[in-house]
Write a protein that binds this ligand. Sequence first.
Ligand SMILES: NC(=O)c1ccc[n+]([C@@H]2O[C@H](COP(=O)([O-])OP(=O)(O)OC[C@H]3O[C@@H](n4cnc5c(N)ncnc54)[C@H](OP(=O)(O)O)[C@@H]3O)[C@@H](O)[C@H]2O)c1
Length: 398
Amino acid sequence: MNGIKKIKLGIFGFGCVGQGLYNVLQQTKGIHAEIEKICIKHPEKKRTIDSHFFTTDKNEILNNPNIDVVVELIDDADAAFKIVSTALKNKKAVVSANKKMIAENFSVLHKLQQENNTSFLYEGACCASIPIIRNLEEYYDNDLLNSVEGIFNGSTNYILTNIFQSDKSFQTALAEAQKKGFAESDPRLDVEGFDPKYKLTIILAHAFGLFIKPEQIFNFGIQRLNEFDINFAKEKNLSIKLIAKCKKTDSGKIYAYCLPKLVAKADHLHTVNYEFNGISIEGAFSETQFFIGKGAGGYPTGSAVLSDISALTYQYKYEYKKVNQQLEYEITNNVILELYVRYNNESEICFNDFESISVKYYSEQASYIIGKISLEKLSRASWLKHKDISLLLTENNF
Ligand SMILES: NC(=O)c1ccc[n+]([C@@H]2O[C@H](COP(=O)([O-])OP(=O)(O)OC[C@H]3O[C@@H](n4cnc5c(N)ncnc54)[C@H](OP(=O)(O)O)[C@@H]3O)[C@@H](O)[C@H]2O)c1
């Protein structure tokens, strides 16, 4: 690719993000890129732009020698992997916002980039408008990073903000998030904490050089939260945020999880509301730095995708600096977490799994404990399958 020549884009998907990208592209005069073709799934759907752009034949993009860059913005991770891997093998640069596809196939995609000497950028896949990947690659390019923690999912943050600030029900808030285009096509990916876990999987490679499978990371979402839990948080003047975190232990290993957390007003994350995402980075000497920005929606994600396209005009590639530094971190679940665990009946929960229990509360409506448990035991706890159990990280609040 030449630095001044206009790069030709082949886009897959013209939904919330695809249309967002199209509009952002139209309004960005300085970008040397133009759309050649857009591949969609349902030709019968009414489109907002001229029909000559569209095709349902992926080969019109993948095998088109005029197309330099493939932009993958579809909602089907399996089909997306086939598109992206073929494009990389065909020596095309690729931009994607598909965190599920990237997280599930990360090692293979990393290898394909090296083998084919092609660039694969995915800033829009992690926290949409916040430029976290390039920051981890370029700015935090040493091994002094201690932790990355944040709200990585705009849809659940939108739901939780509406529950806490507008007293809306979970279902009403979810329907609104879906209507505004913040939710995944399958909302379970958001509310059960899979989507932020996929983003954490990607961040682990750029923060600590670790390629791990999403299944290795424990996730628990907000789907079981009920009025009792919400009132518990409100009475204590705390909010609830769905958090993803990875952190270095004293022994130099890395732990990671995604869990709902009780957050105090003094915490930066408390100020992150609606579809916004927030990321707190802790370095050994820089201490805490906090990033905030829109984490969902066609325009914020479209603008991150556009920034990747723009970076390709000057041949930018992720160098995977932490991988190349051979830091050789290991992932561990050997860390103790403090949790609020709500249940209905004592038989539903295994108290022996806990290292210690500091609070035990009973009422007719519900009961809860506050106790310490290892991430190892938590990730293997079969009692978590019980539908009456909900979890909240209490960290430093009790
Ligand atoms: N929405 C957000 O806020 C957001 C934020 C960050 C990242 N993302 C990611 O961005 C991607 C797209 O999300 P979205 O919200 O834009 O989804 P969406 O609104 O549901 O749109 C999906 C698009 O993909 C097309 N499509 C599906 N399967 C296809 C296939 N096999 N071949 C070609 N086209 C196909 C659909 O075609 P038809 O139009 O013909 O149905 C549609 O245009 C997802 O990976 C998502 O995780 C979304």
